[in-house]
Ligand binder design. Structure first.
Ligand SMILES: [Zn+2]
Ligand SMILES: [Zn+2]
Length: 407
């Protein structure tokens, strides 16, 4: 299977450094070296095993504060097509791409069965748009009734390629960098395997830590039930009783309820280890701070905020609609990501929280990290260390799915 990756868009000319000879559709050989491309063409390497090309000025982090240009090296074929300027597309074997992605997402010392589960879901997530039924809303969307801001941020499908190389899809810095032997092995041992439901490739969502129960698809995105993205208690039976407030304020057992520092150090790339209290956490905000965040993020001024009231929660306890009342007005905010964005300088860890207000200060006691839909990465890692294989891990987080090859 070949995946097409969009590298750069909208260029008048494109500088490419061929690190070995390539051949075009007419059979003409382009020697290694720097080439300026100003018209559509398709190049494939003369020797696919060794050939690579570099683009010296790929823009990464588009729209984020870390936006910059970087020289990146790619393997596989290069296509340049015209669509509002030149678009460079890298056609690369799917499994080489997946190896690169899981090498950068997960530490190389992760348990092998976790890496194998991740290889299957990364592959499925990438190919899902090709097999999704027409009419499924996947883009960003907003429903704005008077006094309400309900937003979600979908995955907008690209027209000319499967994924872009930027943060919008998944940061992809080529395959010549840092492919860990463990990731290579995990991809090889699951070669071609996809997560399927009723013959279609699954939209295999995942997040860092569910908080004990995974969340429904519709709590984070459009109002649609996805049968395999349904609440799952993240632990072995028996399933404990669930009531949102008690659950969030308590410390129920779950695979992702782990304090094992050595295990976490093994699982999470260095920068993520700074976030240690992910299963249960606390954040403190003043009414004036909430007012400021709302004005910066949502461009509304409610005056000093006096009350935060959950109106609707999902199956994991994540708040789907939150009423915010200030001196100068009231606003209902949703869904989970918009709530997390609206209340903090960057983002709250999750929208599963209980609010306590004392003398104008809000204490949020929260659970989990991320949207909580689908596979829980920390829980899956703990399952792997307890001896569950990747099939058992995937069957746990995505009920009713099977493993198979592309339909
Ligand atoms: Zn993209
Ligand atoms: Zn979990």
């Amino acid at each position: 299977m070949i995946l097409s990756v969009g590298l750069v868009l909208g260029r008048r000319t494109l500088i490419v450094e061929l690190l070995a000879p390539f051949v075009d559709e007419a059979g003409r050989v382009l020697p290694a070296g720097r080439h300026e491309i100003s018209a559509p063409l398709a190049l494939r390497p003369v020797d696919p095993e060794r050939a690579a090309f570099a683009i010296p000025d790929v823009t990464i982090g588009i729209g984020f504060h870390w936006q910059r240009e970087e020289r990146q090296v790619f393997r596989g074929a290069l296509r340049v097509v015209a669509d509002h300027g030149l678009v460079a597309i890298n056609d690369v074997p799917l499994d080489e791409y997946v190896t690169s992605v899981i090498s950068s997402e997960m530490s190389a010392s992760c348990p092998l069965e976790l890496l194998k589960a991740h290889a299957v879901i990364s592959r499925s997530w990438l190919l899902h748009p090709r097999s999704r039924p027409a009419g499924w809303g996947q883009g960003d969307a907003e429903s704005r009734l008077p006094g309400e801001v309900i937003r979600w941020y979908g995955r907008e499908a690209h027209r000319l390629f499967d994924v872009c190389a930027d943060d919008h899809c998944q940061r992809y810095q080529g395959i010549t960098k840092s492919c860990s032997p463990a990731a290579t092995r995990a991809v090889a041992e699951t070669a071609g395997e996809l997560l399927l439901f009723e013959g279609r490739v699954c939209d295999a969502r995942f997040s860092k830590c569910c908080g004990g129960v995974s969340e429904r698809y519709r709590s984070a995105w459009d109002d649609r039930d996805v049968p395999y993205l349904t609440p799952v208690y993240d632990g072995p039976p028996p399933v404990p009783a669930f009531e949102a407030t008690g659950w969030i304020l308590g410390n129920p057992p779950a695979y992702c309820n782990t304090q094992d520092r050595a295990l976490l150090a093994q699982l999470l790339p260095g920068f993520d280890q700074e976030t240690r209290d992910f299963y249960r956490w606390t954040a403190v905000l003043t009414g004036e701070e909430v007012r400021r965040h709302l004005s910066e993020k949502l461009d509304v001024d409610l005056g000093v905020v006096r009350a935060l009231e959950p109106l609707e929660r999902g199956a994991s306890g994540r708040i789907v609609r939150l009423r915010i009342t200030g001196d100068a007005g009231m606003l209902v905010v949703g869904k989970e990501l918009e709530i997390r964005r609206a209340l903090a300088p960057t983002h709250l860890l999750s929208s599963a929280f209980v609010v306590e207000e004392v003398a104008g200060r809000f204490t949020l006691r929260g659970a989990g990290w991320g949207h909580g839909v689908g596979l829980c990465q920390i829980g899956a890692a703990v399952m792997a260390t307890q001896g569950h294989d990747y099939r058992a891990i995937l069957a746990h987080y995505y009920p009713g799915t099977t493993l198979g090859s592309a339909p």
